[in-house]
Design a protein around this ligand. Sequence first.
Ligand code: ADP
Length: 204
Amino acid sequence: MTERVSAPETSGVRGSGGDLVVMGPPGVGKGTQAKALAQESGWIQLSTGEVFRDHIRRQTELGRRVKTYLDQGAYVPDDVTVDLVRDRLRSIPSSTRVLFDGFPRTVAQAEALDRLLAEMGRRVAGVVILEAPRDELYARLSSRAMAEQRADDTPEVIANRLDVYDEQTRPVISYYEDRGLVKRVNGVGRREDITARLREALES
Ligand code: ADP
């Protein structure tokens, strides 16, 4: 008879189970970092921005609905965003950890996420905030505009996205801070160094 022994739990966010959230202003590099972390850890990265852009590229019904919001640097309505996340989560096995990237972005989304995860026997176990000064973000977004031709990287739209983040997404940080889930990480430096800082924050 074969005896099955489950892997011992290690301490910290990583070993305790539960899903993770990477937050940060536009241009801070959270998408790149979330991708690297998810790859090395076998987590599933769920980037709402990426999913929206993919729908726009494929000209789906959802893509047509959300295009104007993305082009203007405005947030897609909460109900549309939450529906999308709910759909994605249904296809993810409960044993696989999800790294949310760019979601939740409003307090209403954070509340909806808590409810959704609870229904599925999941929970948010840790939140990392990647930070950089506004000048640096503005410079990075402007150069990405040249390189990638994203419609939401024009100067006015960049300024709008940074303002929207301050108004609507900063309160989400407080929402999670009240539960002691937040770690702040410096997003300025070499890409690999930042990945290492994030990994450390998630493991501690
Ligand atoms: P960035 O963080 O650089 O703005 P993202 O790829 O995360 O890039 O998001 C791009 C755009 O997609 C946002 O400006 C917004 O229009 C839309 N979007 C992404 N995630 C959400 C969300 N959780 N709620 C509302 N809109 C979203």
